[in-house]
Design a protein around this ligand. Structure first.
Ligand code: NJP
Length: 236
């Protein structure tokens, strides 16, 4: 039996793919969002072959108009959304003076603004039903700064601040907000691959997925506000 319907952004690879697979194992029906149609189809097909239920929706989550256009189809195929995971994100790292205005816009639009836009589409109905949960995959860079991280940190601080204020707004309405703050994760982040020597000791995407699975499995009287997790090898 399906425990609920979950919508996961950035589900075509890395952390979002692992979260989607983990939720499907826990009997969530999963709606997968990302731009790459082919990668989404691969993830959906793997989930279905493993006995789960998944449908994919190719969309650029920074394009609010495109998202709005797709939303009726998403709801029709997925049903009422009980869980939203705002995971899609990217990072580009250089000193601030070497970053362009376009770099700023791209990271702020994806890492911060898309979380707001997705929340607006999904949370209204959660409030009406007086239940639901929204999980934000932010970063430990939402709580620390470092050289070459000015724009990325700014976007993750913004996403974190949005999520934390949202928790206070939605808690009285029966909707839970959880923030995950991972350190280094061996994914495809920053145009890399997961299998380099350097990444061998990093968190695996499945480690983050396990934390999400815990946060969404607690009884209704509990809210997991935040989980920060790091690889044992990372000094932060
Ligand atoms: O990155 P990656 P992660 N519209 O590159 C999708 C945070 N984090 O899994 O659109 C829709 O493997 C993209 O799909 P596609 C990080 O900030 C990471 O590591 O087809 N989707 C893919 O599915 C981010 O918030 C680390 O290209 C879009 C996914 O996003 C989250 O973890 C550390 C999109 C990115 O997969 C997941 O990142 C940390 C768009 N416009 C926080 N643009 C880390 N890896 O070390 C991209 O502290 N996507």
């Amino acid at each position: 039996m399906v425990v609920g319907n979950a919508l996961v952004s950035g589900a075509s690879r890395g952390i979002g793919e692992a979260i989607s697979r983990r939720l499907a194992e826990a009997k969530w029906k999963v709606g997968l969002l990302a731009r790459s149609e082919r990668d989404l189809a691969r993830v959906a097909s793997d989930i279905q072959q493993a006995g789960g239920d998944a449908c994919s929706f190719p969309v650029d989550v920074t394009n609010a108009a495109e998202l709005e256009q797709q939303f009726a189809a998403i709801k029709k195929q997925l049903g009422d959304i009980d869980l939203l995971v705002c995971n899609a994100g990217s990072g580009k790292f250089a000193h601030a003076l070497d970053m362009s205005v376009q770099d700023w816009d791209e990271q702020m639009n994806l890492n911060a603004k898309a979380s707001f836009v997705l929340t607006k589409f999904v949370a209204q109905e959660m409030v009406q039903r007086k239940r639901g949960q929204i999980v934000f995959i932010t970063s430990d860079a939402a709580k620390r700064t470092f050289a070459s991280g000015s724009v990325y940190c700014a976007s993750k601080y913004a996403q974190y601040a949005f999520a934390s204020a949202l928790r206070q707004e939605l808690r009285p309405q029966g909707v839970r907000v959880t923030v995950l703050l991972p350190g280094l994760v061996a994914s495809y982040f920053n145009n890399s691959g997961p299998d380099s020597q350097e990444k061998a000791s990093w968190l695996k995407p499945s480690d983050v997925a396990d934390a999400v699975a815990y946060a969404v499995s607690v009884p209704p009287n509990v809210i997991v506000d935040e989980i920060m997790l790091h690889p044992a090898s990372q000094d932060w």
